[in-house]
Design a protein around this ligand. Structure first.
Ligand SMILES: CCCCCCCCCCCCC[C@@H](O)CC(=O)SCCNC(=O)CCNC(=O)[C@H](O)C(C)(C)COP(=O)(O)OP(=O)(O)OC[C@H]1O[C@@H](n2cnc3c(N)ncnc32)[C@H](O)[C@@H]1OP(=O)(O)O
Length: 242
């Protein structure tokens, strides 16, 4: 009996030690990740400002930053993993929709269709994403380091009210601008007959993606409004499970 109790205490201690090591490792990783992402988006911001000052036009801006943008936006997929393994308290679905829609915008729209890269709408969503991500990742970094300046907290939970709809407008206008090109060229589409006996029309796929903003965007927006009430006004929010 005595030895059982002792075993229990040893087990408990071991468990607690494991949890502490796991959470220290998670915090170290998240701090590194957030610093790297803040730096990445700051590099993008500087590159955009420098391009505009030197050239005096937005034409060619996307091409000049494409590689860095693709790297940092694609790397954000790691965030879905953070939620899945439980090192951040965020919904996998909310994060998944946010990250995947961005990756889709970068790889399957803007990067794939050279003809739309100079649209003003591309610059709109790029500028909005850059503002958002610098604020968001620096918020997480300072929060993890327990030195969070109030203006960063304020910016993280207020700027999105305007930036989120602006970003969505930029993204939707860019997809809209891509439609005629996609229809004309039949890119990423498969017409019957073919050896797989499968038909796929990217043009209609893009229309479905545009329509899917109608149910999905309000959910992301209201999620952020709830986070805002929780963080800025201390409201206790009961979130539904995924
Ligand atoms: C494949 C085809 C795809 C088809 C797509 C269909 C369309 C779908 C519509 C999608 C529309 C998206 C449009 C969008 O791209 C436009 C823009 O982004 S415009 C720019 C404005 N955007 C924003 O402001 C983004 C706001 N969204 C977000 O911040 C995140 O994406 C979101 C996942 C919504 C954030 O939610 P989250 O729940 O994570 O909020 P918090 O930041 O408050 O975090 C909650 C807690 O988790 C901790 N946390 C999270 N991440 C980290 C991290 N990296 N490091 C450390 N800690 C982290 C955070 O501190 C909170 O902790 P605590 O609860 O302790 O305070």
């Amino acid at each position: 009996m005595a030895s059982g109790e002792e075993d229990g205490t040893v087990d408990e201690k071991e468990n607690n030690n494991k949890k502490r090591t796991k959470s220290a490792l998670a915090t170290a990783w998240l701090t590194f990740y957030n610093i790297a992402m803040t730096a990445g988006w700051l590099v993008l911001a500087m590159a955009m400002i420098r391009f505009y000052i030197q050239k005096g036009t937005h034409k060619g801006l996307y091409r000049s930053i494409a590689r860095t943008l693709k790297f940092f936006q694609t790397f954000a997929l790691v965030e879905v993993g953070h939620c899945a393994v439980g090192i951040v308290r965020t919904s996998v679905i909310v994060t998944g929709v946010q990250v995947c829609s961005r990756i889709f915008m970068v790889w399957f729209i803007t990067n794939s269709i050279r003809q739309i890269q100079n649209e003003e709408s591309v610059i709109l969503f790029l500028v909005v994403w850059t503002f958002t991500e610098i604020t968001r990742y620096s918020y997480y970094t300072f929060n993890l380091l327990h030195h969070l300046p109030y203006f960063i907290k304020w910016a993280r939970y207020n700027l999105f009210i305007v930036l989120y709809p602006l970003g969505v407008i930029g993204e939707l206008l860019t997809i809209y601008a891509a439609l005629p090109f996609v229809r004309r060229t039949g890119m990423y589409s498969m017409r019957l007959p073919n050896k797989y006996n499968v038909s796929f029309d990217y043009y209609y796929c893009l229309i479905i993606v545009m329509l899917s903003y109608i149910p999905l965007f309000p959910q992301l927006y209201f999620h952020m409004l709830r986070q805002r009430r929780r963080v800025l006004h201390g409201e206790v929010i009961v979130e539904k499970d995924d």
